[in-house]
Design a protein around this ligand. Structure first.
Ligand SMILES: *Cc1c(COP(=O)(O)O)cnc(C)c1O
Length: 377
């Protein structure tokens, strides 16, 4: 038996009838990109998240760049980002010509450590970009206080955050602007690249609408330097069909995580399971990734690969040590929490279609690996 890191055969077949139904109407219409189906998806996301404005884009990386452009952030400006994140947290800042200023992550939570943010603020700082990683949100209450005191924009990278809520507010709507990713492996996945921008601010929303469509305004005039980052209607059609299963999928993911927790409890001497950090606010977690921390991570991953079990090391090299930002002169040792996690963190297979038998198989294999090593660390 093989357990891939990600699969969607069943999800695919359950959404297929709806896709086929919509496809007939879709093939009759003339709009293929950023058209009728995209408007319907934007409305559905506005209803689900409570966002006054949801604007569909090509992907979440573009959405971050467009958000920075809409806020007027560029050369000479600094943006505070966590050093432990997906590449986009770094590349979006570099794309607009601004300078990323890295901050370490909160132990156990993997998000920006708000206690370290103030020390990173300078006269050039324009924005803070928290990233809600894996299953829970950054402490948005603490972050908002800092942002208000220093008059900084907050751009939420909620690419992984669909369904996550902070005190009732959906991820991406607590700061000034936020993004969602519909990359196929995400909690709500398209059949290719797709993304969205959420905001409460009508002015920002109209700037975003221009930037993502070559700078064009409603009258068809180019008002600003834009981009081509639009969503395909066929992706919007698929996503709307998949949204019917979004809450059930989130529940399935939670059940799988509970099963992992139970199976891995006897291995706690080696395997550190995900924790939910105590917060002042009620938060709703969504399990996008089941991330464990283990000694000998790479040897375990190789052992599991040999057993046809897919895993993914998140993230093997923190952003401050990536070759592209060598010129910023960060050193190994600058951010100890992130650097430790980067050698120990491993994502296990997690998707709605996963079966209890597969989860048992993964955990048994992990147990066998450490039993063979003999010693605890
Ligand atoms: C997936 C992801 C992105 C990028 O999303 P794309 O839609 O693939 O561009 C950005 N940030 C985080 C935290 C992500 O997980």
């Amino acid at each position: 038996m093989t357990v891939p890191f990600f699969a969607m055969n069943h999800s695919f077949s359950s959404a297929l009838p709806l896709l086929e139904e919509g496809l007939d109407a879709f093939l009759d219409q003339s709009g293929w990109v950023n058209d009728k189906q995209v408007r319907l998806l934007e409305q559905a996301i506005e209803v689900y998240t409570g966002a006054p404005f949801a604007i569909a884009t090509g992907n979440a990386t573009d959405s971050l760049i467009i958000s920075l452009m809409a806020l007027g952030i560029g050369p000479g400006d600094e943006v505070i980002v966590p050093c432990y994140s997906f590449f986009a947290s770094l590349s979006c800042v570099l794309h607009v010509g601004a300078t990323p200023v890295f901050v370490d992550i909160e132990p156990g939570g993997y998000g920006l450590d708000c206690a370290l943010v103030e020390a990173a603020i300078t006269l050039r700082t324009k924005a803070i970009m928290p990233v809600h990683l894996f299953r829970q949100m950054v402490d948005m209450q603490a972050l908002k206080v800092i942002a208000q005191q220093h008059r900084l924009w907050v751009i939420e990278d909620s690419a992984e955050g669909i369904g996550m809520r902070w005190d009732g507010e959906h991820a991406g709507l607590i700061g000034d602007i936020g993004v969602l990713s519909f990359f196929p492996t995400k909690t709500l996945g398209a059949l290719g690249d797709a993304g969205m921008i959420l905001t409460r601010d009508p002015l920002l929303a109209s700037r975003v609408r221009q930037i993502m469509d070559n700078g064009r305004d409603a009258a068809g005039l180019a008002q600003c330097l834009g981009y081509n980052s639009r969503m395909d209607d066929v992706q919007a059609l698929w996503l709307r069909a998949r949204m019917l299963e979004l809450e059930p999928d989130i529940a399935r993911r939670a059940a799988h995580c509970a099963a992992y927790d139970e199976y891995l409890e006897p291995l706690k001497q080696w395997v550190q399971r995900p924790v939910t950090l105590a917060r002042d606010c009620l938060q709703r977690t969504v399990n996008y990734v089941y991330l464990i921390e283990v000694p000998q991570r790479d040897a375990l991953a190789a052992f599991l690969t040999a057993r046809h079990i897919g895993t993914e090391a998140y993230y093997p090299l923190p952003l401050h040590l990536q070759p592209v930002c060598e010129y910023l002169d960060y050193q190994s040792g600058d951010f100890p929490v992130a650097e430790r996690a980067s050698t120990r963190a491993l994502g296990l297979p997690l998707y709605p279609d996963l079966t209890p038998a597969s989860i048992g198989l993964v955990c048994t294999a992990i147990g066998e690996f450490y039993a063979a090593q003999g010693t605890a660390q």
